[in-house]
Design a protein around this ligand. Sequence first.
Ligand code: SF4
Length: 115
Amino acid sequence: MSTQGIATPQRRYTDPDGGDWTDEAACRGADIDRFFPEPGRGATAIYEAAREEYCDGCPVRLPCLRRGEAGETRAKQRQGRHGLFGGLTPVERADRALVARVLAELELERAVSRA
Ligand code: SF4
């Protein structure tokens, strides 16, 4: 079965904490266009709806956000960020203080859940 058009990162990103985190992704099997909508008017509403439906309760927001950060090459940053990662929109991920704060919160959550 083709997985084109199916959400959940197909380009594997190995989380430093280990494990194939994509198996636990809440968005697995969802329409990828909800996570990578065409830029422009309406994209924010699509991102926010996907975040509410999938990301808010997703158990793997931390590796997903890390994966989004790992994929941000300088060239991509010049073109503009794209895609919902870890529940953060491209505009939100451009706010480096916000990304750092969310990463710290998610890392703390993970540490507590493993304690
Ligand atoms: S945080 Fe959102 S985009 Fe990332 S794996 Fe979870 S549901 Fe999918």
